[in-house]
Design a protein around this ligand. Structure first.
Ligand code: ZN
Ligand code: ZN
Ligand code: FE
Length: 758
């Protein structure tokens, strides 16, 4: 007879882990208990020595997903006097460590109940169990117990209480459970705030409004979403007009995976993602169908569609009541954060939605839908939110001080590194709006309270005007923490290193729109050697002037003008019909006099320039649109010879795109198709990557920055490097875009704190 105590770390809360332990203990006839702590789960098990050992083997090896056991540390303790195995009160004494569970899509068992007329949860939108349902969006503090969630407001009825207490039930100790008798209620509300209907009647009203082409604001899992009939040109146009969103694609929610298959190409890998507990939006290729089941206005000029399937019973009910695919987009005004309270929603979305479908289960924090694309090397998370955030991941600097990193300015996230783990927040969005900046501040407070953390180091971008940088300076002063500013592209490369647990040296290719460089210019076509000693700029693209600065992001013709002007080519703007002779003269003056014409080495802006020169796009509806069109153009061509893009000697070396631009102009003049030009351009960048790596002589290459959201570019660069024997590391679990900056900043701050250098 022995008794052992164990500490279990990993993803062990809110995932049915304690019931699992309970079942295994029953199988071996053990007594003792399992309990949640702020640092994971604790088990004490007593019985025959062999049984106790086998019990812990099973705990280590067989925890059912989404539970994930990272470590089980056991110590022998004196025998106790229990006669059974129980689930004990959660401990609150242990030091807090990041173990917050992510939200989980509805499971099949719950969905079967919601669809079954005989079940007491028939058509109940808030059905969940130990394996599914809201977690992160309802947790106010850890450990994860019902009183610590917004479900605390709903006392369990007798039937639910029986399920909660029954070790043989799927809802044994499942914190967010509810039923029509005791749980949250769905309501239809007018834009003026008047309650119109409840329950089934509310669903019926919403479905009818959608069928009439109206816009419905739905209080989803992590915030309000806007819904519209995805098959109706008029409904989609109405949503675009009211939301002030011209061309940026909308995501579509299909009633089922079968319905999605009708409109898009669903490979087995894509199906696995769509139906996973994370249930993200997945970028899928549209099918060419006439008549199209999805309005062309949903994702204009775009061969891909952001598709998802319902991830909550509420979404299932709305979609099945309506009976077709719905546009499903964040409930916000252009770039602001999502609304999470009814009040916010009515005041900010009152002019957009015709009907509100709301409920009384409060949402603690906004958590948007995640976005994933499936590339040739597997899934890549482009927006990390519902289902993925805030799961912790190992941090390669276990001895680092507590570090809070505040990220960038767009696609903002924050990261907290503590005790050998780093936790990156959900996608917070753009910080340009007052609401965005406030959300960043609230998330920092949320994070520090969750983890009981007092940051010793605060990291941010070196750009002094980012809202995140301003907050970092203020917090560092308030908390007496050391401020570490990290150059934008250094952080990009470090985020990829952190994701793969690399310590360096690596050659990092950081290609993106723009970030402030150490020389005050806008960088973005960088090759950086990152090692324990810091960061060295090994190479960059040849700089050019960007007349109008920010404005050039929406007008790729300006980037093209800047590049041509840099080469001393005058009068060639005849190739850029969107620029009148008058405008061209103004742009030239801006460059000559250095008036709002910043110098840039940005690969993203070079994409824009080539898109304009190739005749693909001279004006963009949103940042990166021209580059995306160029990518899709390149997809249609293959085997084209790459343009010349020589690497000039120097320290740093310079990738000179001038010969490339000349060749592209020549192709355009001789009537070659944009897709040939696009393919030759992508090939040139891949060749440059291989040349830089060869000349630098570092065998590991990390790819980061927004340009690597481009699948064609990533694949071609990876292949070119692998061909010459380099090891290539690209992003998968963290986004290549600025959403990964906080992770990279934390990495750089940790390295500088543990190595004693910057
Ligand atoms: Zn379930
Ligand atoms: Zn109940
Ligand atoms: Fe960036």
């Amino acid at each position: 007879m022995i008794r052992a105590r164990a500490h279990v770390s990993g993803v062990v809360q809110g995932v049915g882990f304690r019931p699992f332990v309970h079942r295994v203990a029953a199988r071996f006839g053990l007594v003792g208990f399992v309990q949640n702590g702020a640092d994971g789960a604790h088990i004490e098990a007593q019985g025959d020595a062999g049984d106790v050992d086998r019990f812990f083997d099973v705990i280590r090896a067989e925890a059912p997903p989404p539970a994930r056991v990272d470590r089980v540390v056991t110590t022998p303790v004196p025998l106790g006097g229990e006669t059974a195995f129980g689930i004990a009160e959660s401990r609150r004494d242990a030091p807090k460590r990041p173990v917050i569970p992510a939200d989980l899509a509805v499971c099949e068992a719950c969905l079967a109940e919601v669809s079954s007329p005989d079940d007491r949860r028939y058509r109940y939108p808030f059905t969940s169990c130990a394996r599914c349902g809201p977690r992160f969006t309802i947790i106010e503090q850890i450990p994860y117990d019902r009183p610590s969630t917004t479900m605390a407001a709903f006392a369990l009825c007798a039937a639910c209480a029986r399920e909660y207490a029954d070790p043989g039930d799927r809802r044994f100790h499942a914190e967010p459970i509810a039923c029509p008798a005791c749980g949250p209620v769905l309501r239809a509300v007018s834009p003026g705030g008047a309650a119109l209907a409840e329950g089934q009647e509310a669903l019926t009203r919403a479905a009818a409004a959608l069928a009439e082409g109206r816009i419905v604001a739905l209080e989803g899992l992590g915030g309000y979403q806007l819904l519209a009939d995805a098959s109706s040109d008029d409904a989609v146009a109405l949503l675009r007009a009211r939301k002030h969103r011209d061309e940026k694609p909308f995501a579509v929610m299909f009633p089922s995976i079968e319905a999605a298959r009708g409109a898009c190409e669903i490979t087995p890998a894509i199906e696995a993602l769509l139906t996973s507990p994370e249930a993200p939006i997945v970028l899928v290729r549209k099918r060419d169908l006439a008549p199209a089941p999805i309005s062309r206005a949903v994702a204009p000029e775009n061969p891909y569609l952001g598709a998802m399937i319902p991830s909550t019973p509420l979404h299932h009910l709305v979609l099945s009541s309506f009976g077709g695919p719905l546009v499903c987009t964040s409930g916000n005004l252009s770039e602001e954060p999502m609304c999470v309270t009814g009040e916010e929603a009515l005041s900010r979305l009152g002019g957009i939605a015709d009907l509100f479908l709301a409920h009384d289960r409060a949402i603690v924090r906004p958590v948007d839908d995640s976005v994933v694309r499936v590339g040739p090397k597997g899934p890549v998370i482009l927006r990390r939110a519902r289902g993925y955030a805030p799961l912790a991941q190992p941090f390669p600097f276990p001895d680092a001080p507590v570090i809070l990193a505040l990220g960038g300015h767009q696609k903002s996230t924050i990261a907290l590194a503590k005790g050998g783990e780093v936790t990156v927040s959900q996608h917070l969005g753009d910080l340009s709006s007052v609401e965005g900046a406030l959300l960043l501040e609230r998330t920092v407070a949320d994070w520090l309270a969750f983890f009981g953390a007092a940051p010793e180091v605060i990291a941010c971008d070196r750009h002094p005007d980012y809202e995140s940088s301003k907050l970092a300076r203020r917090l560092a002063a308030e908390l007496g923490a050391r401020l570490v500013t990290v150059q934008h592209h250094h952080a990009h490369v470090a985020s990829c290193m952190a994701e793969h647990g690399l310590k360096g040296p690596v050659l990092g290719l950081a290609w993106d729109g723009a970030g402030l460089g150490d020389d005050g210019a806008l960088w973005g076509g960088e090759a950086l050697v990152v090692s324990e000693r810091g960061c060295r700029r090994a190479a960059h693209l040849r700089p050019f002037s960007l007349p109008g600065g920010e404005r050039a992001v929406r007008e790729p013709a300006r980037a093209a003008f800047g590049a041509l002007y840099e080469m001393g080519l005058r009068g060639l703007d005849a190739h850029l019909p969107s620029l009148s002779p008058q405008v061209s003269r103004v742009l030239a003056t801006m460059i000559d006099q250095g008036l709002n014409a910043p110098r840039t080495t940005s690969a993203g802006r070079l994409f824009d320039a080539i898109a304009a020169i190739a005749g693909v796009r001279e004006r963009a509806g949103f940042e990166g649109q021209a580059a995306m069109l160029l990518e899709w153009a390149a997809e249609r061509a293959s085997g084209e010879q790459a343009y010349p893009l020589p690497l000039r000697d120097g320290d740093p070396m310079i990738g000179d795109w001038a010969p490339l631009v000349l060749a592209a102009l020549e192709d355009r003049r001789s009537g070659r198709s944009p897709s040939v030009i696009a393919a030759r351009f992508h090939g040139a960048l891949a060749g440059l990557a291989a040349d830089v790596a060869t000349r630098t002589g570092i065998d590991r290459v990390a790819l980061s920055g927004g340009c690597f959201q481009n699948e064609v570019l990533t694949a071609r660069v990876t292949d070119a490097l692998a061909e010459r024997g380099f090891m290539v590391y690209a992003h998968a679990r963290f986004p290549p875009n600025d959403g990964g900056l906080s992770l990279g900043q934390a990495y750089v701050a940790a390295r500088s704190s543990t190595m004693g250098g910057g």
